[in-house]
Design a protein. Sequence first.
Length: 907
Amino acid sequence: MTRSLSDTLLATKLHPPPLRRDFVPRQRLTAKLNRILESKLTLITAPAGFGKTTLIREWVEHYGHPAAWLSLDAQDNSPVRFLLYLIHAFRQIEPALGSEALGLLNSSHLPQLSTVLTHLTNDLAATSAPRIIILDDYHVIEDQTIHQAMDFLLAHGPAHTHLVIASRSQPSLSLARLRGQAQLLELNSADLRFTAVEVEQFLKQVMQLDLSPAERITLEMRTEGWIAGLQLAGLSLQGQENKSAFIASFSGDDRHIGDYLFEEVLQHQSDQIQRFLLFTSVADNLCGSLCDAILGESGSQTMLERLDDLRLFIAPLDQQRQWYRYHPLFGELLRHQLRRTQAEQIPLLHRRASMWFEQHDRLEEAIGHGLMAQDFERTAGLIEAAFQRRDWIHREMRRLLAWFEALPETATQVRPKLKLSYAWLLFEIFADQWNRIEALLRSVETVLTASGSASEQDTRAMLAEVDLLRANHARQAGEPARVIELCQQALGRLSDDETYRRSGIIAHLASAYEGLGQMAQANQIYTESIRLCRAANNVDGLLFAAARLMEVLTVSGQLRQAERVFGQMQDFAAKRTGPDMGLVYINIGEVYREQNRLEQAKTYLKQGLELCRPFEAWHMGVASGVISLARLLAAEGFHEQALKTLLEIEKQSAPVTPLEQARLESMRARLHLAQGDYRAAAHWARRSGLSGSDEVDYAHEFDYLTLVRVLIAQAALEAQGIHPVSLATDPLQDADNLLDHLYHAAQSGGRLGRIIELYMLQALTHALRHDTTEAMQRLEEALNLAEPEGYVRLFADEGRPLYQLLTRLSTKPLLIVSADYMNMVLAAFPPSPPQAVQPGSLPGSTLTERELKTLRLLATELAIEAIAVEMIVSVSTVRTYAKRIYSKLDVHSRAEAVYRAKELKLL
């Protein structure tokens, strides 16, 4: 049975440590903490040993209502692990809280943390009762993503949720903002130091020492109210006959008191206790069984309870007193003494701890202690096992990398499976570091072919994985022929009954034929892969193949069949929340966008991108999803937001492949054209290196279709007497050449969706040549092919020139497409489509002088920024004038405005 990550959490971290019966009450501080409910954040910062945890624990008892508690340690520097603990802490007082967020975190793939935080914030806001969450030892958190997550919760969380942080240092949070909002309550070491009265109470009641007032004052001055120092001094004094002399000779600042008193405390303990303290200090948390294993003897539970009774800086972690930990400072001092006096024992102690954690299925701690023991051979096996854990591979990627890199070459060179797993992980995170990955693959091949370290079947399987990883790289590099070669080589290594492995490789083989534009063959192979994946219960492979098949069907003009494939994958939506399901969502989002089902499309596109974004380094579908979302936003009239969406992907940490980058820039050029910014689109065309005389290839088909549109725009402007930046002497001829090449390629590849688009673009070129008959014929052919699949946006996104052709075509008798379909397409164009100019009612007659000046400048090649300088106004003001002009002229772009103004003799 697969364990969720929640099953690996320590329950003891979710409960406050028990409050000692003999603690010193601190009413002056608990009174201050009563203001917790007035602030979003309460921050208690002080060095070790100042009683931060005890103070908060006392206040919780005084508060009288449940508070969520989380004790942090260095292992919590993983955003997913931290948020899991945080939600489970909340659930100790509100069992149903955070269910959706928890589901995302426990899924088999890394979730988008912003989505998790949004779900959690919404759940926190669902109830109005005051709620407190306490994070103890927050200073161990160094991960900036976690700090950002806490800032998000503090900024967006409800006012009735209050966060309390105890830390040795100031956390990297937006504290200035909270101070400015009067939402920050702060206590520091000056507040926490014992007063003279508290020192007396502590020494008498807790340490059972009866000192004179002068001795107490001296001790208070020496320790400066540092509680841990007082406790260490008290333990030392319990073994002193001449207490006054000891106190008089006691000196040193906070940094040295600990070392000095540590030796004094240890000297007064029995050899048995000293040995127990030193040897068990190698572990962060202790229980009887673990200590028995470390020491190689029994009776440790009794010793832990005895140490607790002696107040030897040990604290229980649960009410049952099964788990304990040393005071952090005391633990550091113990480890220092162990290194100084018995360093030769340290590897053995860590090895024993590692073996205990391994036996108790605590792989993380087992690996940590194994590395500390330098027990590299055995630990390499543990790390290899960790790489196979589905619940780890996408959540603890950086930690897995760090563990592998902590191993010497001697421990990994005979473990080809471990090296191969490391190579895959590197590819997922650093796909651009291919030379490093390729070197690993070669070393794997060398070991497998030379040493006979694995069975023949395992050797063939691992060599097939090497082939598949290289095929993934070739797919990213846009080398489909190489992908085919490598996938066929991988399949040749596997027997026919190795269905699970074969099913995944076949899906990648299909992607190569897709990359070549051979959609019929890709369709056939993806379908076979889906069949094999179902038979082998290879869910990830099934979703990958289904997602790619949906894309093939979309390009092939089979939108409704793509929707049927999506319906078949719905059963997995709740079970899989990783990038493969994300690709399925992206592709159905594109289908719905094309059919003008924009709300559904937006929902699926955003959901798909959320699932895919952490894996942009190897999932080519992310760029497609971003482009689809940008097109959708443009269709809704949000062109600026569409452009920003395209830029966002480039800000991600994962590198964008050259093919993805080319498509993103190409889409940006299309958006510029839609806004009437021919100059920016022409600039893209020149930088792209594409030309009308090229032999087109499928990998850049999208880019060539963009170039065709830019060439058509140049021809349209020249037909109006405007002479823009020239891309070609005869732009229509270049456009026609490209359209011919693209048509023959699409026809041979079975890409009906592309053929519809090409017919539509050919209609525009014929219209510019005033060949109306041919233009109408091409457009009608496009509509005839498009109607059965419900295409809408392909036409509606093309703007005014196509609208005019469609309007004219709609009046044709005996039209081969239905009137309902024609009306649906026309209705998808922007509201108030342009009408013919009517005498006596000229649009533009209400333009102001300022708008007329703007219009004259828009008719030049000046950029918006240059127009703003010319008019001595801001860029936003120019955009406002332009929008008013478009509205009054009944147009939707700069080019249309200039054309319309010339018709109206305004220019």
